[in-house]
Design a protein around this ligand. Structure first.
Ligand SMILES: [Zn+2]
Length: 69
């Protein structure tokens, strides 16, 4: 198993709500049912509180198509 040791500041937020603060790794997010988890390289970690964005299970239920790029 590969741990993201080089990237100690993993943090996640949902693109549709503010869920994700309890998630420590991308693998954990996927295990919990998140989708579209990706590195949010458009936002600097100095400016925002998260490094990754995704869609949490609750928000998928609402409208899973609305975040497609
Ligand atoms: Zn959400």
């Amino acid at each position: 198993m590969t741990e993201p040791t080089l990237f100690s500041g993993f943090s996640l937020t949902c693109v549709r709500c503010d869920a994700g603060e309890d998630i420590d790794t991308e693998a954990q997010a996927v295990a919990l049912g998140w989708i579209n988890v990706m590195l949010d390289d458009t936002l600097g970690p100095d400016e925002w509180f998260w490094t990754h964005t995704g869609l949490c299970p609750d928000s998928q239920v609402e409208d899973p198509t609305s975040i497609l790029r």
